[in-house]
Design a protein around this ligand. Structure first.
Ligand code: NAD
Length: 357
């Protein structure tokens, strides 16, 4: 297969970790007979520096024409001035919107080799393997908002708004994923209080009943889900929810495996390229020091092959190589505890070596 993968290294540790993922993709292309063209473009703070725009037109056009996009991270103290005309994160929000990326997929899997890195007990988290599907372009983050005078000062509001179509399309993404996994789908809402949640419940139940009767389906209230995630995370397979709940629950769940450096994510739409990235930020405290863990980005590259190019064997090969590197005891500083650690490039070397074996 010929594919164009646009690389957006971004800021901070972004360039270091994307460089390692690129090496891994080159090995995959060689081993499986694919041609990956991987042009690199600016986004975030470095794009503000070079052309005053966190998402330059040239970057956006390249992404629109790509098979998929692999992003490092954006942001950093240099661009944190609240009075600045634009911020790096604006580039990220815009690219998601421009590419119509309405579903955010976040796998949260614990690695047996790293159970002790989690703040939770190993007997609770061992075997956890959840795929979160978060609605990304609707809900309270995009609804009407405002402020007005109030006898006590001001009052402010944000509207949580969803349409049938917005719910249907993301539930289908989640249900399709559940079919390829363990066949269980959980929908999280707050239908005992919120009207928007009652529409979610009604639409999701209909879609599953009519189109996915083979799935084991249940609904859980978001407050209960917050508790279940840290008391019985193994019970869940695919979890679908709206934007705000998904934002909070996926961050809670990211604590289960114990390291931000191991968690990838994907944002996908109905058609066109998906965007794949690690869930962590640009880690300015360790940028340029060859200390960052590149595995989340390498695993994001594996997700890209699986979801954007249907290359399951290739994706499995990357995930297996990462697993074997961890099993052999190699650790970057963030997951090494008090033990010895290796650099970003050494971790990349090891994954590449495993893939070649
Ligand atoms: P962060 O995820 O960048 O860092 C949090 C902590 O985790 C830091 O101590 C960092 O060193 C460590 N860490 C993160 N990734 C690591 C890795 N791969 N290997 C080893 N250690 C790692 O979060 P933050 O410090 O809150 O944010 C820093 C900047 O990143 C901010 O400007 C923020 O806006 C931005 N950010 C960007 C994204 C994105 O691009 N998607 C996401 C979150 C934060």
């Amino acid at each position: 297969m010929n594919a164009t993968i646009v690389l957006l290294p971004g800021d901070g540790i972004g360039p270091e970790i994307v460089a390692q993922a690129k090496r891994v993709l080159e090995v995959i292309a060689g081993r499986f007979g694919h041609t990956f063209t991987m042009p690199q473009h600016a986004i975030g703070g470095n794009a503000i520096d070079s052309c005053g725009d966190p998402l330059p037109e040239e970057t956006l056009n390249a992404c629109r024409n790509a098979t998929a996009v692999l992003l490092g991270a954006v942001g950093g103290p240099k661009w944190d001035d609240p009075k600045a005309k634009t911020r790096p994160e604006a580039g990220l929000l815009r690219i998601r919107k421009e590419l119509g990326l309405f579903a955010n997929l976040r796998p949260t899997k614990t690695w047996d080799e790293l159970l002790d890195a989690s703040p939770l007990k190993r007997e609770i988290i061992a075997g956890t393997d959840i795929l979160f599907v978060r609605e990304l372009t609707g809900g309270i983050y995009f609804g009407e908002s405002g402020r007005r005078p109030h006898p006590s000062g001001e009052e402010a509001w944000n509207v949580m708004i969803y349409s049938t179509g917005e719910i249907e399309r993301v539930v289908r993404v989640a249900a399709d994923a559940a079919r390829k996994r363990r066949g269980k789908l959980t929908m999280v809402d707050k239908a005992n209080v919120l009207e928007a949640s009652r529409l979610w419940r009604q639409v999701a139940e209909r879609v599953v009943r009519e189109e996915y009767p083979d799935l084991e389906y249940n609904v859980v209230l978001v407050d209960s889900m917050a508790m279940h995630l840290i008391s019985k995370p193994r019970e869940f397979d695919v979890v679908v929810t709206e934007n705000l709940f998904g934002d909070i629950l996926t961050d809670e769940a990211s604590m289960l495996p114990g390291s931000l450096g191991l968690l990838p994510s994907a944002s996908i739409g109905s058609s066109g390229p998906g965007l794949f990235e690690p869930i962590h930020g640009s880690a300015p405290d360790i940028a340029g020091k060859n200390l960052a863990n590149p595995l989340a980005t390498i695993l994001a590259a594996a997700m890209m092959l699986r979801y954007s190019m249907s290359m399951n064997t290739e994706a499995d090969a990357i995930e297996d190589a990462v697993s074997r590197v961890l099993k052999a005891g190699h650790r970057t500083k963030d997951i090494a505890g008090n033990g010895p650690s290796i650099s970003t490039t050494e971790m990349g070397d090891l994954v590449v070596e495993m893939l070649r074996q």
